[in-house]
Design a protein around this ligand. Structure first.
Ligand code: SAM
Length: 289
């Protein structure tokens, strides 16, 4: 970087480097990386384009651009990503939170408010990863006591870092390690209002975009030979942990909606429906008992 470079020039250089690496998203990515390095978000950046870049900020930007041109997903290069009201720390230990999962949270919150308006509630987020679902529920629903579980100690370390950033609602969240429901204390059996989860639901051998397959944790994506293994195990065991009334809310792939709905009815859920994501595809199973 030249001496006394402005943010305008740094933005231009970042855009050129990213485009030269073949990134079709060079324009947007350059802006996001410059926002992160400068600390100026959105429109604020445009008011500071002629400010001089500090040595430290330039080094930070150069490091992020280098990672992005090497193929690191934008979210990992930034080290953060927005999810509903949260600004989550993310790295390769966790799945990058997806927009469709924001819809899963929406359904879970709606269910919680329908089931138990005003009273204290218990919510379990299985496979919490970065903590996206568990922490969103805790922040957006003050009555909720939330358990977030994950089999990955590494993912839980990320969730813990994010928990430390949410302030007072953190007092209502517990993070526990273990295989699905086995991570929970036995006394929660029969006492959970809502189980919400975004488990791995990709089939081994399915084609994934390069950036996903190369960078995101396989255990957060792939379930087994059919992709249904974790979903079906959770559907089968959920009734033992839910109160009456209680609800299971799970993300799934559109082509899995029929099979998982059938499994939910077979597991004893009286009301089963599938809700769409914002693109209109079947994405969220809601099963009530
Ligand atoms: C698709 S990611 C979801 C992460 C986060 N909830 C989100 O929506 O962004 C699935 C998560 O389930 C966890 N997981 C995989 N197998 C598990 C198991 N047997 N028991 C508990 N968690 C598991 C993974 O470590 C990963 O964090």
């Amino acid at each position: 970087m030249r001496q006394s470079q402005t943010w305008r020039a740094a933005l231009g250089e970042a855009r050129v480097s990213l485009a030269a690496a073949g990134l079709s998203s060079a324009e947007v990515d350059a802006r996001r990386l410059v926002e992160q390095a400068s600390g100026f978000d959105g429109g604020e950046l445009w008011a500071h384009l002629d400010d001089v870049v500090s040595h430290r900020a330039a080094a930070h930007l150069a490091q992020m651009v280098e990672r992005r041109t090497a193929g690191v997903p934008l979210q990992y290069a930034l080290g953060r990503w927005g999810f509903r009201q949260l600004d989550l720390f993310v790295d390769r230990r966790v799945l990058i939170p997806r927009p469709e999962t924001e819809q899963v949270v929406e359904v879970a919150l709606g269910e919680l408010r329908r089931l138990a308006p005003g009273r204290s509630t218990t919510v379990v987020d299985l496979g919490t990863g970065s903590g996206a679902i568990a922490l969103s529920v805790a922040v957006e629903e003050v009555t909720a006591r939330v358990w977030g579980s994950d089999v990955s100690a590494e993912a839980l370390a990320v969730a813990r870092a994010n928990l430390a950033g949410i302030g007072r609602p953190a007092g209502r969240v517990r993070l526990v390690e273990g295989d699905w429901f086995a991570a929970l204390p036995p006394e929660l059996a029969g006492a959970v209002d809502v189980v919400v989860t975004n488990p791995p639901y990709v089939a081994a051998g399915d084609d994934l975009p390069r950036e996903v397959a190369d960078w995101e944790p396989p255990a957060a994506l792939v379930s087994g030979p059919t992709g249904l293994e974790h979903l079906l195990a959770i559907v089968e065991e959920a009734p033992r942990w839910l109160g009456r009334p209680g609800a299971l809310v799970t993300e799934l792939a559109p082509h899995q909606a029929g099979t998982v709905s059938t499994a939910a009815r077979a597991a004893g859920f009286a009301h089963v429906e599938v809700r769409p994501d914002l693109a209109g595809r079947d994405r969220v199973l809601l099963a009530r008992r």
